[in-house]
Ligand binder design. Sequence first.
Ligand code: G1P
Length: 301
Amino acid sequence: MQKVRKAIIPAAGLGTRFLPATKAMAKEMLPIVDKPTIQFIVEEARAAGIEDILIVTGKAKRPIEDHFDSNLELEMNLKEKGKTDLLQLVTETTGLNLHFIRQSHPLGLGHAVLQAKSFVGNEPFVVMLGDDLMEDKVPLTRQLMDNYESTHASTIAVMDVPQEDVSKYGIINPGQEVEKNLFNVINFVEKPAVEDAPSNMAIIGRYLLTPEIFNILENQHPGAGNEIQLTDAIDTLNKTQRVFAHKFTGTRYDVGDKFGFMKTSIEYGLKHPQIKDDLKQLILDLSDDLRKDEKKKKEKE
Ligand code: G1P
């Protein structure tokens, strides 16, 4: 059996949900408190035992490359000032086996993954999307890799979402639960209308795929949103080899839109050693004020 060693992180999206912040800056560099979102993904890959990571970048993505490179001037400066804790923070992102490729035309997630064909070769690999931060005792990517060791098959991470949200996701039509939280899949549908969705089990941004996906992607016609969809290619793959769905039971933070991003920032801030106490106090004060405002409003009605 081949070991899973490689990960692809697509980071070529235009980040339109965060404009104007993303006009000249990659959305993957937006920080949750003090850490760019893409660093959380790279850390998950590392914790899972991934050895090589390919980041598929696009326009305005140079800062991502710089972030994972050394910055000698900054390092010297921090060293001279004896700021060893900061020095550690800026150097812990360097020295990883990171590779970059540019997706010249943003034709969809399937197309972004296809850019990794020669990097991956004939090996199983994982795809990690930057809009989802995952927390669990065992990293979700590692859970998928552990599944692969027993099934030798592609496995897609899924989670229940509210019925009204199904059209934002790839949705599975689940078959039999073959073991706890591992399902056969009848078919996959990208962003179905609420009334057409076969379930509310959504694809959540971590995929373990066999390399046969690339031949399918090469011939994949545009689907939902007129984009080349990874979900459509996975649906085709599932017709020739088994693709499983693994239900994630940990916590998922969606940082792909403004509200999810704010919510995650607050939740992470409440755990951050430097700011958690002040942030907690701020939230308590704000809650008091908001409750008083609500009460006044109700009294007037
Ligand atoms: C992508 C995938 C979708 C998946 C989602 C998870 O959609 O196409 O199948 O459910 O990520 O975050 P996007 O959010 O890029 O539109």
